[in-house]
Design a protein around this ligand. Structure first.
Ligand SMILES: *[C@@H]1O[C@H](CO)[C@@H](O)[C@H](O)[C@H]1NC(C)=O
Ligand SMILES: *[C@@H]1O[C@H](CO)[C@@H](O)[C@H](O)[C@H]1NC(C)=O
Ligand SMILES: *[C@@H]1O[C@H](CO)[C@@H](O)[C@H](O)[C@H]1NC(C)=O
Ligand SMILES: *[C@@H]1O[C@H](CO)[C@@H](O)[C@H](O)[C@H]1NC(C)=O
Ligand SMILES: *[C@@H]1O[C@H](CO)[C@@H](O)[C@H](O)[C@H]1NC(C)=O
Ligand SMILES: *[C@@H]1O[C@H](CO)[C@@H](O)[C@H](O)[C@H]1NC(C)=O
Ligand SMILES: *[C@@H]1O[C@H](CO)[C@@H](O)[C@H](O)[C@H]1NC(C)=O
Length: 686
């Protein structure tokens, strides 16, 4: 496919020759990243080369002061404070591939492993699981958490070339074998005070910890997917993360020798791969055999909302598990409603007065703002000791801050979040019932019970918030790639962080629940490490293929594969995929874009490598599809040896599909032992 060559071309080719000398204007300077591709063959000092380049555009005097970071361990580039004029000049210099402003990135804010079939008892462990090193790019880590104790761990694997540079009061151990942070100018360290990084790291590789729970909710063994693996921490975020820090972490992690990178953050805006730090960094990681797993984002259910689009990234969507957390509200009239929240508060048996937000607002707040209990609207005198009915989940914050006893809110997402005071969230119907009750009587009262876990027999559903495809840059590359649990995930947390993430919530818990593609991402990173521990010589593409083709098919979203990718990860099957699609130009999913009401014919060519049984015969079958005619040539592939490669062509013929539909099907190769499933998905849009 020509598009591949174009992408690679952009990553490698050196453009521009003119050097232009100007003096440093004193405009507002911003941090820009100057990306210059792979490391040069010659081993001269890159940092002094970067300073020389800066001197040419800003003048000798302050070049070193303006250099923010030199990327010189794994790829070539630097970050510097520049004016718009200087940026134009540096863009023209020899070797420069792209120049872009260092933007802010956002964090994509456990029983899940049992649900995925990786029960502790039945789990087959590779003897070299403890050699696996997962690089976690996040908000740091709480090293003293039980999830990261190094009891029973030997010294770091010999291949490890990293270091413990976590800053003051940060000690590594044989579990957390490395730590770095990227805001050297402030008093910082690799310690996590936000919570996000501790949560994601423990989901990927936390130890087995018995009796973990959030105030008794969800009590059980908390554990990561590969509890014997090691963690290398790269703190790229405080409250926000920056492009310059993310690139710095890639530069280090690749050279340090991590096996897998997990990165639960991203931009809210689309950019070209050469201007995208995650695409650039993960490309160089792939060249060194390191797979980068990235959360798809929480901007769903809007179409084309994922910006994690590079073919060499493993992009993860979020789905539910078979455990949900709910709570009950008992109204004064005897009606019991079911709400969604993670509510740790146990009532004392006496019902509390219930008021409507609109009726207890300050005079300057009226209408929808008052009904929502908007910022600074609730009147503290009128809400004290009462439960307030509010139409928006903004009341999670404003209820606490106004001194109310609790809140009952209305919301449409199917999600329970941790609440900072007795609170719950009702769907539209139940909220209307509560509101009608509160209006119908002179002394309305209610009681919100502590949350309980329930088991959900429905098939897992893709979260509303999970960012959707198709791929806005390369439609032929299906995105997201895969889904993993990302709804109501219990994992480790710093005792100093607010468990609800809400300011003013001063409680402390060593484990808490969070939801997001951020929580799904480390599940996939763990499985990637798990697969690699059985097949240390497999390429990043082969590992990714094995996880995609063995996943469990999902249903229940109109966006189909553009919501959940190939399906739900299936760890136990992923270690034995039978066949793999190696190299990214040979994607384990067949996706195309077509215009509405236009018949089309398309041929996909793919090559698979036999990693199953030497002497094996695979037969093709296509999932019945009422509206796509799909033929596969050949129908049968016979392999005589391991690592043998064979190619096939999939011919897809489609008719007149209406705008915004997603016809899809799947091809399966089966040899009686292994099933290799590859989705076929069509984006019909303008
Ligand atoms: C129960 O809790 C409510 C709300 O905090 C309080 O007003 C009430 O006095 C408590 N009742 C008892 C018996 O402790
Ligand atoms: C209402 O007044 C309060 C000050 O009492 C202020 O903080 C708040 O922003 C105002 N709200 C609106 C919607 O104007
Ligand atoms: C919401 O979650 C419940 C429990 O998991 C499930 O039964 C229901 O189908 C979900 N509803 C939607 C709209 O996804
Ligand atoms: C597509 O594949 C079919 C079956 O292998 C072949 O007959 C046809 O010529 C191919 N078409 C194109 C455009 O390559
Ligand atoms: C390969 O499998 C075929 C069919 O099962 C069998 O006839 C043949 O003997 C096998 N060859 C080897 C070398 O095992
Ligand atoms: C698919 O094949 C059937 C049977 O040969 C044919 O009737 C139908 O028109 C085909 N559909 C398309 C879209 O080509
Ligand atoms: C298809 O839908 C999009 C919005 O989703 C709309 O902008 C476009 O005009 C539609 N095109 C046709 C041909 O109906």
């Amino acid at each position: 496919m020509a598009i591949w060559k174009l992408v690679l071309f952009c990553m490698f080719v050196i453009v521009g020759t003119n050097n232009v000398l100007v003096d440093g204007a004193n405009d507002d300077r911003k941090v820009y990243i100057i990306y210059m591709g792979s490391l040069p063959k010659e081993t001269y000092s890159l940092q002094s080369h970067h300073v020389n380049m800066l001197q040419e555009v800003v003048g000798d005097d302050f070049a070193t002061n303006l250099l923010v970071t030199s990327y010189k361990r794994s790829f070539n580039g630097f970050a510097a404070k520049l004016t718009a004029k200087e940026v134009e000049n540096i863009r023209e210099m020899k070797g420069v591939i792209s120049v872009f402003e260092s933007k802010k990135l956002e964090l994509h804010t456990t029983r899940s492993w049992d649900f995925l079939g990786l029960q502790e008892k039945v789990k087959e462990s590779s003897p070299i699981e403890s050699d696996m090193i997962i690089g976690v790019f996040d908000s740091g880590i709480w090293p003293e958490s039980d999830s990261f104790s190094d009891e029973g761990f030997g010294p770091p694997p010999k291949k490890w070339r990293g270091t413990c540079a976590g800053g003051d009061y940060f000690n590594c151990n044989n579990k957390i074998i490395g730590a770095r942070y990227y805001r050297k100018h402030k008093k910082d360290s690799a310690r996590d005070v936000a919570g996000h990084g501790t949560h994601t790291a423990s989901t990927a590789a936390g130890n087995n910890v018995k009796g973990a729970s959030y105030y008794g909710i969800g009590e059980g063994i908390a554990r990561g997917g590969v509890p014997s693996a090691r963690i290398a921490v790269y703190k790229v975020c405080a409250r926000k993360c920056s492009d310059a820090a993310v690139l710095g972490a890639f530069d280090d992690a690749i050279a340090d020798g991590v096996d897998i990178i997990t990165i639960s953050l991203g931009s809210n805006a689309l950019s070209r791969f050469t201007d995208d730090p995650i695409a650039i960094g993960s490309f160089h990681a792939m060249e060194k055999g390191i797979l980068t797993v990235n959360s798809g984002g929480n901007n769903g259910p809007l179409k084309r909302s994922t910006v994690s689009l590079a073919p060499w990234l493993f992009t993860v969507a979020a789905s539910s598990t078979d455990r949900r957390i709910v709570d009950k509200i008992s109204l004064g009239n005897g009606v019991i409603l079911t709400g969604q929240s993670v509510n740790s508060f146990t009532p004392n048996g006496t019902k509390v007065p219930l008021v409507i937000g609109e009726h207890v607002s300050k005079p300057n707040c009226t209408g929808p703002l008052a009904a929502a209990c908007y910022m600074n609207c609730l009147d503290p005198k009128q809400v004290k000791g009462k439960i307030v009915l509010c139409t928006s989940p903004i009341a999670l914050e404003t209820g606490l801050q106004s001194g109310a006893y609790g809140t009952i809110m209305q919301y449409s997402q199917n999600l329970s979040v941790v609440v900072p005071q007795p609170s719950t969230i009702l769907d539209t119907q139940s909220y209307a019932l509560a509101l009608a009750y509160a209006t119908s009587t002179t002394n309305p009262q209610a009681e919100i019970l502590k949350s309980e876990t329930i088991s959900d027999n429905h098939p897992p559903f893709i979260a509303d918030f999970s960012s959707r495809g198709p791929n806005a840059i390369i439609p032929e590359i299906m995105k997201p790639d895969i889904t993993a649990p990302g709804v109501e995930i219990l994992a480790a947390y710093p005792p100093v962080a607010s468990p609800s993430g809400i300011e003013g919530d001063t409680r402390s818990s060593k484990y808490t629940f969070q939801s997001g593609t951020s929580m799904a991402c480390p599940h996939v990173a763990a499985i990637a490490a798990y697969v690699k521990s059985f097949h240390p010589d497999w390429s990043p593409a082969a590992i990714k293929s094995s996880i995609m083709t063995t996943s469990t098919p999902m249903k229940g979203s109109d966006d189909k594969e553009y919501a959940y990718g190939s399906g739900l990860i299936n760890p136990r099957r992923a270690i034995n995929p039978g066949l793999v699609f190696d190299l990214y130009f040979n994607y384990p999913a067949l996706a195309i874009h077509v215009k509405p009401m236009q018949p089309f014919v398309v041929n996909f060519t793919r090559t698979v490598t036999n990693v199953g049984i030497a002497n094996s015969t695979y037969k093709a079958s296509v999932l019945p599809s009422s509206n796509l005619n799909i033929t596969v040539v050949p129908q049968v592939m016979s392999f005589k040896s391991l690592n043998e490669k064979q190619s096939f062509v999939v011919n897809v013929v489609g008719g007149n599909f209406p705008n915004n539909t997603v016809p899809s099907s799947a091809l399966e190769w089966t040899d009686g032992t292994y099933t290799v499933r590859c989705p076929i998905v069509v984006d019909v849009s303008q």
